[in-house]
Ligand binder design. Structure first.
Ligand SMILES: *[C@@H]1O[C@H](CO)[C@@H](O)[C@H](O)[C@H]1NC(C)=O
Ligand SMILES: *[C@@H]1O[C@H](CO)[C@@H](O)[C@H](O)[C@H]1NC(C)=O
Length: 356
């Protein structure tokens, strides 16, 4: 009996990593118009759900689709939750993304942003995926691209997460795959309104809503200076009509990070002790996308100019529980452990539970 127990434990341990990557990762070569020559790789978990969500995971400079597939938690999370992951690959030497040309900064402009949009369209059709649950995340150059996709294809993406990027349009040089060193060095500063106008000009005539966005950045980043965080927050605050944060959540998602909640569509996560490589919080990402933890559908209304005044959802009588998005548990947490109705305190990891 002991022996058979041990064998099943051993089997569970041995099999887990194999089971965790049981899906298929492969290149797709017929996804549609691809004038910029970007490549498409797709991860299809064996546990694929019907009408699945799609996550686009965009690699950094020097990265590849394969390296990003291996180094990020999304394929495993796809196994767990049954969604598809698209890993686009940059066609350029050095594998940064084109976030600097007029074409890529234009809806249907025919450059990298359009190639990625076509990968999404192909996947929606081929897998009968859920057009209302298409998400994007990226690191560094991939984060820049995630911001660009939010600006150029706001109707395609429901939610976005950027790990250490720059605002959409900040890297503009007018050349393909250019490097804007003023932006990288944090020397580009604009008003929220100017940023918002630049975003709107990337998809002229569009009056629909923009995706909800989370921005991570390290306070000691010397590659893409931290001012890019502040400018990105300003950019999307301009789009959503937010001003100052309605909530500041220290030690969130864990010690060394502060979460700033500007409204239902915008959060910033400032990593005091990190440079350019901010860790990926895969479980939290699933919550922002609404893949787990119930609906995170925006309640701010259909307009891109909705004004949510600071404090409208943050004020709650003392003792009545934590507000939406607020922390409600985790190692070292001494604040409220219940949530205002209808939010539920939901375990994220040992460091962090959140009202969602
Ligand atoms: C896109 O271009 C790349 C590089 O030329 C190629 O490998 C890929 O097959 C192309 N895909 C499509 C759909 O044209
Ligand atoms: C950028 O935002 C962070 C977090 O809110 C803040 O600590 C920092 O002082 C801001 N930097 C600038 C230049 O405003």
């Amino acid at each position: 009996m002991f022996a058979s127990l041990w064998i099943s434990v051993l089997l569970a341990v041995l099999c887990h990593p194999l089971l965790a990557s049981a899906g298929t990762y492969s290149q797709v070569t017929n996804f549609g118009a691809n004038s910029s020559g970007a490549k498409m790789y797709l991860y299809v978990p064996t546990s694929l759900k019907s009408n699945p969500a799609i996550l686009v995971a965009v690699h950094h400079c020097q990265g590849t689709a394969q390296s990003y597939y291996g180094s990020t938690p999304y394929a495993k999370l796809a196994d767990q939750y049954g969604f598809l992951v698209i890993y686009p690959e940059s066609p350029y030497s050095g594998t940064c993304w084109d976030v600097s040309s007029t074409a890529t900064l234009t809806h249907e402009g025919g450059a990298n942003s359009n190639s990625i949009a076509n990968m999404v369209r192909y996947t929606l059709t081929t897998y009968k995926a859920d057009a209302s649950r298409v998400f994007v995340q990226g690191g560094s150059s991939g984060a820049m691209m995630a911001n660009v996709l939010a600006a150029t294809y706001p109707d395609m993406f429901a939610a976005v997460i950027v790990y250490s990027g720059v605002p959409a349009g900040c890297f503009y040089t007018g050349t393909v795959n250019g490097w804007n060193s003023d932006c990288a060095q944090g020397k580009v500063s604009k008003s929220a309104q100017d940023w918002a106008t630049q975003v709107r000009n990337m998809y002229k005539g569009y009056t629909g809503k923009y995706p909800r966005i989370q921005i991570y950045h390290g306070a000691t980043d010397t590659t893409l200076r931290p001012n890019n965080y502040n400018e990105t927050i300003k950019e999307w605050s301009g789009i959503f009509g937010y001003s100052s944060p309605m909530q500041v959540l220290p030690s969130t998602p864990r010690s060394g990070f502060t979460k700033y909640v500007y409204g239902p569509n915008l959060q910033g996560i400032w990593a005091s002790n990190y440079g350019h490589n901010v860790p990926i919080f895969g479980d939290d990402d699933m919550k922002w996308y609404g893949i787990v933890g119930g609906s995170t559908t925006t309640t701010a209304g259909p307009s891109s100019t909705t004004t949510t005044t600071a404090g409208t959802t943050a004020t709650s009588p003392p003792g009545s529980g934590q507000v939406q998005w607020g922390q409600c548990g985790g190692i070292g947490w001494t604040g409220p452990t219940t949530c205002v109705s209808p939010y539920k305190c939901t375990y994220s990891n040992d460091w962090y539970s959140q009202c969602i």
